[in-house]
Design a protein around this ligand. Structure first.
Ligand SMILES: [Zn+2]
Length: 170
């Protein structure tokens, strides 16, 4: 991770200094946590680079929160902001659209309850403002975005309109 951070951010360190929370959904084949964890744990190269993609937390549909990475260590979940962002994955298929998928989560009571509690706790612990709770689809537009290799995100998970709805519930 320190090598990735040097190539993309110019810092020779894997230490995370959280300023941002990025919301994701998995859109992966496995519909439950063991399968999702196995995907991350495989540590497969992404964009030809290691470490593999990951996220600090995964929130299952039943509301269980799994922590995969300590909060003082960066992991690869959103290009351009991994040096400042805590990543939260929610287990959800994309289905007909990202907006539809976001809405499934917003209406799934046990899961969204856990997500909101987790985000609130992280905001308090790291003094993260509401505007810095963003969706993956919004990462390229964050003032904190930077990437020395010119990489950009092309993911559509958590649309701005749905993030606004989530922020209102915080
Ligand atoms: Zn994502």
């Amino acid at each position: 991770m320190a090598g990735y951070a040097y190539r993309h951010y110019g810092v020779r360190s894997f230490r995370l200094h959280p300023k941002l929370i990025v919301l994701h959904f998995t859109d992966s084949g496995p519909g439950s946590y063991p399968g999702v964890h196995a995907l991350f744990n495989a540590n497969a190269p992404n964009g030809g680079e290691l470490p593999g993609v990951c996220a600090h937390y995964v929130v299952d549909q039943d509301g269980t929160i799994y922590q995969q990475v300590p909060l003082d260590i960066m992991c690869r979940h959103a290009i351009g902001v991994n040096d400042h962002a805590i990543g939260i994955e929610m287990i959800q298929q994309q289905g007909i659209s990202s907006h539809w998928a976001d809405q499934q989560i917003l209406h799934r009571r046990p899961q969204i309850r856990s997500v909101l509690a987790l985000v609130r706790w992280l905001q308090g612990r790291f003094h993260i403002a509401q505007k810095n709770v963003i969706g993956h689809s919004m990462a390229n537009d964050s003032p904190l975005f930077h990437d020395r290799e010119g990489w950009r995100n092309d993911h559509t998970d958590w649309q701005a309109q749905d993030v606004r709805e989530l922020r209102r519930r915080l």
